[in-house]
Ligand binder design. Structure first.
Ligand code: GTQ
Length: 347
């Protein structure tokens, strides 16, 4: 296949002009742009430093209540997708703020959401009748079409990173949403019930999955960190990823969420990772430590609570100036289910 489109001639141009009003177009004019030799998406690397973003988040807190906003969130937009509410082509990211005493009212939607807690302690998110109290580093799931509301009974602001599959669901034109008829949903199960029931290597004997999302919807940081801490004793580092774990649905071993994969990785002090790329663009958050991620000829220097994007198929490598922990999410699980996912390690 040639890399350039066939030349345009006056006859061809005239023909194209006749096609346009009939809602047809010549494939050979656009084929090379449609079916590229490798991923050629618009996304660019970008980082939001938490100390620069936080003042704006707090200003939003003075401008509008969580109740009026429904969700008081500053969307993190990829500069190449300005106005599209997207961090990558398929993923939405935002920083949500709930001030003491506030409630973000109950609603449900077909989009799945993940929360990654950045700041504060003791606010809750309620999912289908069960509240989860949040601490920094916790990963919490709001499965598709489950009722959820958030509240802050603590005396400090609470901030978390929202990750949603909004662009993906929009692409399928499959968005549904329903507001709740009460601000706060009824609590029907004790706090910690799901984790105890499904998250300890056991399942109720006659349990059948109710949906496609992990029945565990809260993955506390203390447990995740402990797993990394134990595993790092073996010094069994991956050249690209350090020590990288994926969050799973314990009943299937699959990704904890059907539309987003989630990961936590530990990079040892002084780690200089090998170059890597994969077809899933990812949103990262630094949980602990400091370091940089080199993407092409750019370097993104990160520290705690900084959020950054590694675009699809962009060669990148991580370096850690101190022992570091990175959380990330991507659309990898969707691509895997569709047989599209690819990765490449530096030779
Ligand atoms: O918390 O339900 O960042 O519905 C965007 C849409 C958060 C939420 C967002 C949402 C939510």
């Amino acid at each position: 296949m040639e890399d350039a489109a066939p030349p345009r001639t006056p006859e061809r141009e005239a023909f194209y002009e006749e096609l346009a009003p009939r809602h047809m177009a010549p494939l050979w004019e656009v084929l090379r742009a449609l079916i590229t030799r490798e991923p050629a998406g618009p996304c660019v690397p970008v980082i939001w430093h938490y100390d620069e973003v936080r003042p704006y988040l707090m200003r939003s807190g003075a401008l509008i209540t969580a109740k009026e906003a429904e969700r008081r969130v500053l969307i993190l937009e990829n500069p190449a997708l300005a106005g599209k509410a997207a961090a990558t082509h398929t993923l939405y990211a935002g920083l949500q703020l709930i001030l003491p005493g506030e409630v973000a009212p109950a609603h449900r939607h077909s989009q799945s959401a993940l929360r990654f807690v950045l700041e504060g302690e003791g606010a809750y998110t309620a999912v289908d009748g069960e509240r989860t109290y949040m601490s920094p580093g916790d990963f919490i799931i709001t499965p598709s079409w489950t009722w959820h509301d958030h509240g802050n009974d603590s005396d400090r602001p609470m901030v978390w990173l929202d990750g949603l599959d909004i662009p993906l669901v929009s692409f399928f034109d499959a968005s549904f949403m329903e507001p709740g008829n009460a601000e706060t949903q009824l609590v029907t199960r004790p706090d910690g019930d799901a984790l105890a029931r499904y998250g300890s290597g056991l399942l109720p004997v006659d349990w059948k999955p109710a949906g496609k999302t992990s029945p565990v919807f809260s993955y506390p940081y203390a447990r995740t960190r402990e797993a990394l801490e134990q595993m790092k004793r073996r010094q069994d580092w991956d050249a690209c990823h350090g020590l990288k774990l994926r969050y799973i649905d314990p009943s299937t071993g699959e990704s904890a969420m059907p539309t987003m994969s989630t990961f936590m990785q530990l990079l040892p002090h002084g780690f200089a990772g090998a170059s890597y790329r994969s077809t899933d663009g990812a949103v990262y958050v630094c949980v602990e430590g400091r370091g940089e991620t080199r993407i092409g000829d750019q370097s993104l220097a990160w520290g705690p609570r900084d959020v950054f994007v590694v675009p699809s198929w962009a060669k990148h490598s991580h370096r850690a100036a101190a022992e570091s922990v990175l959380f990330s999410f991507s659309d990898r699980t969707v691509q895997e289910k569709l047989g599209l996912w690819r990765e490449e390690r530096a030779a």
